[in-house]
Ligand binder design. Structure first.
Ligand SMILES: Cc1cc2nc3c(=O)[nH]c(=O)nc-3n(C[C@H](O)[C@H](O)[C@H](O)COP(=O)(O)O)c2cc1C
Length: 191
């Protein structure tokens, strides 16, 4: 018997995305974003609160990077979700992490995170209900240590964090349960 839980954001897993952008003086800022998703194959949509430092930076620089946070860097990833560059001028510097400028877009790449998407701002989508940053993914970079023998990202090697919005936990999993577009192929769909 199922219990009613009321209105809840009942999607799991959610990603733990490290969104980085420059301000007008190329100062690096990074925030933690769980409410984000891929649209089509080459676009990303991020639901970022208006006025947050990263939101302001993306609108002014027209670019950003999105990295997958991993277990080894969970404390800093969480810090990026607690502290704001609007209030702490040296938010990024306090972590001791390292940033390099992307060779593809006008945005910083945080070296410590293993997989990063380099994105150009396509649009700030706003209507009565949503405010979203829509970006075009122009390239992805990944540390060699998280690639398989075919050069694809092996998620088990990334130790990427997963966000649980029911109880605000960070999880990590590398257990593969099956293969998509394959696990259901033996069920006869025609009656
Ligand atoms: C796990 C986690 C997920 C978060 N997801 C989002 C999100 O999707 N959108 C958002 O606007 N803020 C989100 N936040 C809060 C921001 O990261 C936080 O407001 C941060 O201080 C913004 O930094 P900034 O002002 O330096 O850009 C999240 C925080 C945590 C801890």
């Amino acid at each position: 018997m199922k219990k009613d839980l009321g209105v809840a954001a009942a999607v799991y897993p959610m990603p733990v995305l490290m969104v980085a952008a420059y301000d007008e003086n190329e100062k690096v800022n990074v925030m933690n974003v769980a409410w984000g998703q891929i649209a089509d194959d080459d676009k990303i949509i991020l639901f970022i609160g208006e006025g947050k430092k990263t939101w302001l930076n993306i609108l002014s620089s027209k670019a950003f990077t999105v990295a997958l946070a991993d277990k080894d860097h969970m404390d800093v990833a969480d810090f990026f979700g607690i502290a704001s560059g609007n209030r702490i001028d040296d938010k990024f510097e306090r972590t001791g992490y390292h940033a390099v400028k992307s060779d593809k877009v006008n945005a910083p790449i945080i070296e410590e995170f293993p997989v990063v998407m380099e994105c150009e701002l396509l649009e700030h989508l706003k209507d009565e209900y949503v405010s979203a940053i829509v970006g075009k993914i122009v390239n992805v970079k990944a540390d060699e240590k998280v690639l398989d023998e075919k050069g694809k990202v092996d998620v088990a090697k990334t130790n990427a964090l997963i966000f649980d919005q029911f109880r605000s936990g960070y999880y990590v999993t590398g257990e593969k349960a099956g293969q998509a577009w394959n696990a259901g192929k033996d069920i006869n769909l025609r009656k």
